[in-house]
Design a protein around this ligand. Sequence first.
Ligand code: BG6
Length: 492
Amino acid sequence: MDTRTTPTPAFDMVLFGGAGDLVMRKLLPSLYQAHAAGLLNQQGRILALGRKELSRDDYLAFVEKNSRQHVKAHFDAAAWDSFCARIEYLKVDASQPRDFPALADKLKGDDDRVVVCYLATAPNLFAGICENLAAVGLNSGNVRVVLEKPLGTDLDSSNEINDDVARFFKEEQLYRIDHYLGKESVQNLMAIRFANALFEPLWRREWIHDVQITISEDLGVGSRGDFYDGTGALRDMVQNHLLQLLCIVAMEPPANMEADAVRDEKLKVLKALRPFSEQDVAAKTVRGQYKAGAVGGQPVVGYLSEQGIPADSQTETFVALKAEIDNWRWAGVPFFLRTGKRMQERLAEIVINFRDVPHQLFNGPMSGSHTANRLVIRLQPEESIRLYFLAKEPGDTMRLQPAYLDLDFYKAFKVRRADAYERLLLDVIRGKLALFMRRDELIEAWRWVEPIMDSWSRSSNLPPKQYTAGTWGPAASSALLSRDGIGWHEEC
Ligand code: BG6
């Protein structure tokens, strides 16, 4: 069935934290896009919950003011109005059991109707919400729960949340969201690997020298200082988004595209990640913190001067590390991961560096060039796939120049593309779990990052390395790669 054009089944989308930032910036705009594209069942309702006493009109006015501006493309006033007709508001304090019977009342009716409870709240409310839902019978098979990150701050706290939630909901009712998995190019990476005969034979240690995965942001911590300072880049980005991307690059072909087949393969990768010893953390990780600089020509303050950040904070806003996967396919191939705030530009990309040819036939400056033999998968700002290789310069010469084959998705496929949240929300309503994290994946991811967190917290005498806002991070990040005789993609 072509799900690009088939409307979802009938549903109730219950948004806990209905007046919050995530709902305004991402969830409602994404649901609107799906609505405008005709992908939401006519019988689909959106029920926003919040603690404030608001009439439906008050809430819609709030949405108009705070959410509409985040609709990026295809805004159509008539479609927006018909979208708003789906929305209702209910005053529910998520921590108060007495508020839940009214919710159950609103949702009662058809038992087969899909009910999605999206917990866009602080994670310390998750357990209570699940318990309260169950107490009014809202945990039957047709109810799905979407859990937003952060799911804990370490393995123990993550286990605690997952244990609590599991008391009321089965694993197959739980959708742990990592919005990076909803990005079109991530799924395209699977298509490229597993639908083409060209790459898979080369996708291994014999032919790949190293892999680089970067998610850089030009923004700082903005108004999220309080949250961010207790979190840091390792928990905020590496434990989830970067590791999920690494899994998609490194996993074995699944037997099929069913959720568990895909998640089983990702889990094997996470289990094969080489654990970091104390010495490894010192040698193979770099943590940084931005200081004042300029981004896009505009001066910006350093992390320690951001709102809500203690003057002596040692929280990292940048991480680079060298990961290794101990299995037959990847033994000896370094996976360099890097992420940071206030970097030179907003960019997310995966770079696969293939090995040099075994024998150089051509002399000259470009032979054996590191810019060739490279596949670059861009997730943002634009989505593209580029294959770099060496070609002969035209004319009476045997000089080589790097060139690339470019697949620009905007140009190649002139169809509307769903953003990550839209894609994932549609998957929840349709009951497709493949792009959501299973609990065991989460456990392994925490298990792997914990020694890094622990070692960093023990070495408080070694503060994060400073980097100037608007750069690619501390110099140590380049040094991490130069020990393997290479540089980050943009340095080559
Ligand atoms: C979120 C992090 O998960 O991802 C944010 O909490 C970060 O700190 C964001 O800014 C980045 O997502 P994207 O899709 O804008 O790259």
